[in-house]
Design a protein around this ligand. Sequence first.
Ligand code: TXA
Ligand code: MG
Length: 307
Amino acid sequence: MDAADPITAARALKRGGLVIMPTETVYGLAADAANARAVAAVYEAKGRPSFNPLIAHVPDLATARRIARFDDRAERLAERFWPGPLTLVLPVADPEAVCDLARAGLDTVAVRAPAHPLARALLEAFGGPVVAPSANRSGRPSPTTFADAVEETGAAAVAALDGGPCAVGLESTVVALLDEARLLRPGAITRAEIEAVIGPLAEAEADARRSPGRLARHYAPDLPVRLEAEAPGPGEAFLAFGPAPAGERVFNLSPKGDLAEAAANLFALLRAADRSGASGIAVAPIPGEGLGEAINDRLKRAAGFVG
Ligand code: TXA
Ligand code: MG
């Protein structure tokens, strides 16, 4: 499997192959959304339970409107944030375009138009919706570099696009617009940014099956993770935030205390800490506002706290 160009990669998708695709959030493992065999291969490569539905990636709003029913709120959010790290869960309009397996049998579909130029080039060349879960094996941190993506699921892919390190580093925000607007997964676009466009968001339902990506022990490294740590204990690696003394196993998410920088570094530094030979990973407190909501959400899952 070699680093490919978008045209070659689009041909591979047409033939039912899987492709490693960079996006501005994290790397994805892409497949033709209409091809159930290709979609099955994605679930298999990730070891992902098949009740956890996938996001359909599209090059533009016109393609999105063919597969999902857009209401006024969806139009306004897409207008404001696409292309970009926002996923909308909407009633499905064309159940063949995104096959049953990709939707885990639901009558809704998750859609997003990514901003990364290589993702856009691939989607335009392919000319239809492409499902792409994060390219990690299920339950592991999402890959934010080409090397991490290839290490996680490269063996299952026939082509891989090298887009460099992901600029955002956290997965897209998932908003369901079925009845009330609900935040299913905090992410790269903050709650406040969404609410500024469509008004207050309802809380996600406790029923995890509505957004199975919210299961506990998602994004987990191999080592135990300890949150809200002021300093590392003996043998622990330390994920610092803000000014902190350097050290052999100290990985600073953002020395200047910037949440966007911390988001971009989060998964790569979790992986680095995991490989450092430490006995565990201590994580400094991270403020909860803005992007901090999504960062703390992923950290709690890495620590296995969220049900
Ligand atoms: O940033 C991202 O969104 C990345 C990049 C590659 O685009 N993709 C990603 O995909 O994070 P994945 O499969 O790891 O997460 C998809 C999330 C899951 O939490 C899933 O449960 C939810 O979206 N989801 C997908 N379809 C849904 C639906 N119909 N209803 C509710 N939740 C849905
Ligand atoms: Mg994922």
